[in-house]
Ligand binder design. Sequence first.
Ligand SMILES: Nc1ncnc2c1ncn2[C@@H]1O[C@H](COP(=O)(O)OP(=O)(O)OP(=O)(O)O)[C@@H](O)[C@H]1O
Ligand SMILES: [Mg+2]
Length: 220
Amino acid sequence: MSVVISGLTVSYGRSAVLSGLDLSVSQGELLVVAGPSGCGKSTLLRAVAGLVPFTGQVLVDGVPVRGTSRERAMVFQEDGLLPWRSALRNVELPLALQGVSRESRRSTALAWLDRVGLTGFEDYLPRSLSGGMRQRVQLARTLAQAPALVLMDEPFGALDAQTRSTMQRLVAEVLRETGTTTIFVTHDVDEAVLLGDRVVVLGAGEVDVHRDAILKAVMA
Ligand SMILES: Nc1ncnc2c1ncn2[C@@H]1O[C@H](COP(=O)(O)OP(=O)(O)OP(=O)(O)O)[C@@H](O)[C@H]1O
Ligand SMILES: [Mg+2]
């Protein structure tokens, strides 16, 4: 899926968080969005997901975004899991909504939980999982849906270095394999350089992925 954002303005109350933003992402591209805390990165993802009202235009494959869609899946910065459903049942839910049969959604969910290293934790409720484990459940839930457009909001923020690098590899592999278009928000320069086809710093425009030094300076 391609995304074309033009003149995007999002306001909470009277103050505009994003104002007249233009941005495009082509089919299969992984665009990294960076920028200081509070600059509107999560807000941008929420607008593309159809979760907040905005003015201007967000076109996904040429069609204006109005409300949410199953084709656009989001991994939230804060907890995005349903607290009363087990890890397994959280991953199964969107598949159930897609009409996937009980058996097939169970096996798909179990396979994804395994890929994110959570075999043995299927029946745990979110409150009994660590922050990093909850992020991995969200990741499994998102990738299991095979969405055409993935919106990731600092999905690895709560992970230790080693798990983070395993998850980065997994995500990069799956997204490239499936040609999924991705908007990925991160604070981490190394992650931006590793994963991004392009890096955009909100408020400062595009930064060359290969010029780490500049990126570090802009993201500091
Ligand atoms: N629901 C809301 N109601 C009112 N103001 C909000 C709301 N959500 C975000 N804001 C404000 O909008 C601005 C941008 O918030 P946003 O969450 O998009 O920032 P961010 O770039 O994702 O920051 P961080 O890197 O800390 O996650 C902030 O000033 C924040 O206070
Ligand atoms: Mg945020």
